[in-house]
Design a protein around this ligand. Sequence first.
Ligand SMILES: [Zn+2]
Length: 268
Amino acid sequence: MTVYFTTPAILLRRVDFGDNDLILTFFSPTRGKISLIAKSARKNGKRFCGALDLFSAFEIVCSTGAGRLPVLQESTIKHPFCQIRSDFKKTVYTSYFVEIINNWMEPDVAQPQVYDLLYQVLDRLDRSDLPDELLSIVFQMRLMIISGFSPDFSACGLCHIEMDCLNGRRIGINFAKGGMICSACNSAVSSLFYLSMGTIKQLQWMGCGNWNKIARVRFSAQSIRESLEFLEAFVPYHLGKETKSLSILRQLRNEKVKNEVNSCRKSI
Ligand SMILES: [Zn+2]
């Protein structure tokens, strides 16, 4: 028996299939990750209303039956996020977010909070509402909180002394223990990632989910760098793999630093 369903969805991945078709992976609030086939989508560009561009948000209508891949029947574009696709850095950040979602989210499991997070972050990235780096910090922190992998910044993971009782400006974080380790305990664990107390407080703000509060946080350049280095190690650790887009993002940052050094040299 064929069943039809309609859902908002963001296009995560598209792969050519046969001569005419596409296999598409969407992320939706009600069904999580969905893979489906878009028949004749390559042969006839007008088959679906609006281009099936990556990272765009759609309203899709699909048909599904036992033991076969759902079929895309109709798609209506809701938000093309054009500014993201016309800016290389925004495209790479989006690829990173989408790669995490594609690798992490279970198929056919409702994820309304994660969908809302991805949509909100892409919308703000598209409007340049907040700096790209800050949006990446918000996306990663919120995703960790929603998924139950939030780093524990409240107390030492071994002796449970509360963070507010700690002295010192830099706090060790152990990924396997999932959070901070106080200086009295840090000889008991092998690897620690150090964050300043100020960065930890700001990361907690960024994970709050309240965009008005987030817009008021003033990050120093050093704190942004420290937060990104931490999250881009912590998230892949829990994901169990490095994403391809993260290495492109790092190359892009290295190029930027090299260019800045070269332009400084020229101006001396
Ligand atoms: Zn301790």
